[in-house]
Design a binder for this molecule. Sequence first.
Ligand SMILES: [Zn+2]
Ligand SMILES: [Zn+2]
Length: 232
Amino acid sequence: MIYPHQCPGCRVLVQDHLHLCPECWREAHFISGCICPKCGVQMLGDHNDAHILCDDCLNTRRPWTRGRAVFLYNAKARSMILALKRKDRHDLVAPFSHWMLRRGAEIFPPAPLLIPIPLHWQRQWRRRFNQSALIAQKMARMAGIDCCLDGLKKCRRTLELKDHTAAERRKLLHASMAVNPARAGCVSGREVVLVDDVFTSGATFSEAARACLEAGAKTVSVMALARAAKPA
Ligand SMILES: [Zn+2]
Ligand SMILES: [Zn+2]
């Protein structure tokens, strides 16, 4: 077989499973050019100043140092992420991880510790896996870097956040996450990179970063697959 792989976006046969077919490539909006150093969103302009933040990050306290995201959370990104989450398309983990490593390379510290954003155990039990943990694990294997899959844990269940404003999300998530006491020694003194599938308001990353910094992490950066537009 000459084309043994499927496009991660549409399953048409392609030569390389880590890349989208030309059609999907046009639909996915990979973030490039001028980006916000904190959240990785694409900004207008052509400056290359690593200190100019987007409006969102200017108006919201972000307890982490730097952040990146692979693509915008548009219809194409949503369908690919839902295919992994709901249709068990585990073949998507490799391309997602490859893209995140490439996008994150410029912000990764020399010896990062990857920690995925956890799901509450009930949600994970229903879904059977945590998509962010699968991605973090694959990134660690591909790049030969450290990963602590259960570094963070959800202390309580939080409601689905998608219908809430940024301020409401922060309130709902307050004190909802902690460093796993059994892993406190792994986090202390490390340069943590948090891994999640979708960055919406940043409230989840803020809560996770706070927990890591309280547990003695030296720095925290964040890495998302998709960056959603600012919620209402
Ligand atoms: Zn495709
Ligand atoms: Zn920003």
